[in-house]
Design a protein around this ligand. Structure first.
Ligand code: ATP
Ligand code: PRP
Length: 217
């Protein structure tokens, strides 16, 4: 049987999803012990590749992989409406508008907003009928209002530690974010039994994880 190819977002998503893949019975020994390797085929049913989030969608769109595991932030930013088959209870965080305490969201002048997510930011401000200037930056977004690059930021918050440690506050809550399992539609038709069985085992593993978290709390 042909292997199902899975593109997994490396970094934070990888760290949270590998335990789920293992709980779903997938051998992830290679990923656990990876050094500079990028392709993992320890499990005879799958070939897992590790890529940056936006590239997950590029591989999926091209049909060169059948399944992608990626944050909903990246799906929303790319305006890429791939078929999300499963919502995982990992990678949970939220977009917020944040700034220093003296920021005035009601001020009438045109604000400058720094973000890694210009499309999400544009949609948010369009939704509230406000015209802003958006500056795209690649990381450490919290610096922007502190150093005078922008009036405020749109970024992801999980624990709130990064905002707190940099004396920033939340001024508006935007959409929530979580990790999603997305499937190429054509592949779904072609490999339906295998994909459905993988999704079912992942859903079960994810459910068990959330149950065990609830018990610990
Ligand atoms: N603080 C957070 N808490 C929970 N999930 C997060 C958090 N930050 C990001 N994520 C989720 O994890 C995904 C990967 O984030 P990660 O920080 O590994 O990569 P990145 O910062 O987007 O890229 P880079 O590889 O440049 O660091 C994001 O797309 C998002 O879905
Ligand atoms: O609320 P917290 O738990 O503090 O998490 C929020 C931080 O996590 C993300 O950054 P990341 O670690 O991905 O680094 P980056 O600045 O390089 O994007 C995000 O951009 C925030 O900076």
């Amino acid at each position: 049987m042909e292997r199902i190819k899975i593109a997994l977002t490396k970094g934070r998503t990888e760290d949270q999803v590998v335990p789920l893949l293992e709980a779903a019975g997938i051998n992830c020994e290679g990923i656990r012990n990876k050094q500079r390797r990028l392709i993992f085929d320890e499990d005879p049913r799958y070939e897992i590749i590790l890529v940056k989030g936006p590239d997950v969608l590029t591989y999926l769109n091209s049909g060169s992989v059948q399944i992608g595991i990626v944050g909903s932030d990246i799906l929303a930013e790319q305006e890429n409406f791939q078929y999300a088959m499963l919502d995982l209870n990992v990678g949970k965080c939220r977009f917020v508008l944040a700034s220093t305490k003296d920021f005035n969201p009601q001020a009438h002048r045109r604000k400058i907003i720094a973000t890694k997510y210009p499309n999400i930011t544009k949609r948010y401000f369009q939704g509230i009928g406000e015209d802003v200037e958006i500056i795209k930056i690649e990381g450490s977004v919290e610096l922007a209002p502190l150093i005078g690059l922008a009036d405020a930021i749109v970024d992801i918050v999980e624990t709130g530690n990064t905002l707190r440690e940099n004396n920033l506050q939340v001024f508006a809550k935007l959409q929530p974010v979580n990790t999603k399992v997305v499937v190429n539609r054509l592949a779904l038709r072609q490999y339906q039994p295998q994909i459905k069985s993988l999704i079912a085992s992942l859903a079960k593993a994810d459910d068990q994880l959330i149950q065990s978290k609830l018990i610990k709390e």
